[in-house]
Design a protein around this ligand. Structure first.
Ligand SMILES: Cc1ncc(COP(=O)(O)O)c(C=O)c1O
Length: 497
């Protein structure tokens, strides 16, 4: 027997005979914790299985089970009949685990211990439109899911399942499924005037991944980034999560207000914009501003993230040409998504990156999730190639035109003097401008009590602004639901006065 051995005080064993956790498991956990926190020093002899079984009033096999587990994991050592000892070779740092707490790790507000990056990411997370609470009228940015051609989608899915192709089960291309990249490049070239070949298209799991990837691949912590104010909170979160320093740039009727002074000073590394349909104000960036922004990027050798999240929904004329198509110096990263035009659970988006960035982006993405899931991409490719996508967009444009008109006319009838909306040629929601200086946060809270989901405009502002509004999504609701919602909103706003 070793000289330094002592018997284990029973007090270190925290055994509850009434618990549903098996006793051998409780014993194993107590002994393991006692070893890790130094209560049981290395070399300490454990009681024999027979003695401990008698003391605890349990079967000897229970004790044996716990000891065998500890033996297998290297916490104890010994031979049958020769006693069981706390292992001598446990690394010191393992045995001194509690002292690690002497070095305080960064914590978020609720005291959780996260890395600085983790805190930045968690504290800017934007959950609101993606929460799982039941959808209430006017939730913005949600497609008419009940009008989605699910039957066609299911048929394509079944067809692929019947083919039993093992290729579908294997690892895929980190840049995405090639036929889908080809279909998207063709679509973007003809409909959005995006200049690209399929090699530049990278499939991502929604725009959010494209924003996160771009921020991480192109920025260093502390880099300045110009961002529209008010802005899409998903973009703000991704940028802050990568450690960017945001420079809010006001948005007016012509979009992000790039001044000639900004173009001259040109220090930031990146700009984030939604030129086709600014989120959330809904304006379209003028040609003069687009050219100024491109000039700024060229001089600053900076990147422009063009988030083209809902440009399919233009109700008059053709979709506008993308900013990317005007870029002659390869500074634009174009981002699109199927979340709005099809359905968000698909989690398929895409980015078009300048040719010399493709390798960097694709390699970086492999360290995150290797590649996007294959099956959804394969189904989507057929959906595009067989013309269902084009038909679906045309049907939705018609449906949404009617829904927007219903919203505008109901607001004009029911909310005179309280809220103003103007129709918009594009998008999936309108801004209801609050009259009488009403506070939009409060209006949104009161509306929620009336079963309305209308986020306040001020939530999206970086610098405080004086115009107060509510975002009113109309695409996911029938005209009856819209009229009824407007009546309830009128009651809510009247109750505030
Ligand atoms: C401006 C903007 N970009 C992107 C998205 C879509 O994100 P995702 O493709 O990750 O679903 C949204 C959705 O709300 C959005 O409003």
């Amino acid at each position: 027997m070793r000289k330094d051995s002592t018997f284990v005080p029973l007090s270190v064993l925290n055994i509850d005979l009434e618990s549903t956790v098996p006793i051998y498991r409780q014993l194993y956990t107590s002994l393991r914790n006692a070893i890790l926190n130094g209560q049981l020093a290395s070399g300490t002899q454990l009681p024999s299985t027979r003695t401990l079984a008698l003391e605890l009033g349990v079967a000897r096999g229970t004790i044996l089970n716990a000891y065998e587990q500890l033996l297998a994991e290297g916490y104890v050592e010994g031979e049958m009949g020769g006693g069981t000892y706390v292992a001598r070779e446990l690394p010191d740092e393992l045995l001194q685990a509690p002292s690690i707490q002497a070095f305080p790790l960064p914590q978020d507000q609720s005291g959780r211990t996260l890395s600085q990056r983790g805190i930045a990411m968690a504290s800017t997370a934007y959950a609101s439109p993606y929460d799982l609470s039941p959808v209430r009228v006017f939730r913005p940015g949600l497609a008419a899911l009940d009008a989605f051609p699910l039957k066609i989608w299911s048929q394509i899915t079944a067809r692929h399942a019947r083919q039993r192709s093992y290729d579908l089960l294997n690892y895929g291309d980190p840049a995405g499924y090639k036929p889908l990249r080809q279909a998207i490049a063709a679509y973007l070239g003809s409909v959005r005037a995006v200049k690209c070949d399929p090699e530049q298209v990278i499939i991502v799991t929604g725009s959010q991944q494209a924003l996160d990837l771009s921020a991480r691949v192109l920025l260093d912590p502390g880099d300045d980034v110009l961002i529209e104010d008010p802005c899409y909170l998903g973009a703000k979160g991704a940028l802050l999560g990568a450690g960017a320093h945001l420079i809010p740039v006001p948005v007016d009727k012509e979009g992000m207000h790039i001044t000639s002074e900004m173009v001259r000073s040109a220090t930031a590394r990146m700009a984030y914009v939604t030129p086709s349909h600014q989120y959330p104000l809904g304006v379209t960036m003028s040609l003069a501003r687009r050219l100024a922004l491109l000039e700024w990027a060229r001089r600053a050798k900076a990147w422009i993230l063009e988030d083209d999240y809902d440009s399919e929904f233009r109700y008059k004329g053709r979709p506008l040409a993308a900013l990317q198509g005007l870029d002659t110096s390869g500074r634009v990263i174009y981002i699109g998504t199927f979340s709005k035009v099809l359905f968000p659970a698909l989690r398929v988006g895409y980015m078009v990156v300048p040719p010399d960035l493709v390798d960097g982006f694709v390699s970086a993405r492999t360290t995150i999730d290797l590649h996007p899931p294959t099956l959804g991409q394969v189904i989507l490719t057929d959906f595009l190639d067989e013309g269902h996508f084009g038909r679906h967009i045309r049907r939705m444009r018609e449906l949404y035109t009617g829904r927007q008109a219903a919203l505008v006319s109901a607001v004009e009838q029911e909310l005179k003097g309280l809220l103003d909306v103007s129709s918009n040629e594009a998008g999936m929601y309108l801004i209801g401008w609050l009259l009488n200086d009403q506070d939009d946060q409060r209006a949104s809270e009161i509306a929620a009590a009336y079963g309305i989901e209308a986020p306040p405009l001020s939530t999206f502002r970086i610098e405080p602004g004086n115009s107060q509004g509510l975002l009113l999504g109309y695409t996911a609701f029938s005209e009856d639901e819209i009229r009824n919602g407007v009546q309830r909103l009128a009651e809510a706003l009247r109750s505030m006065i």
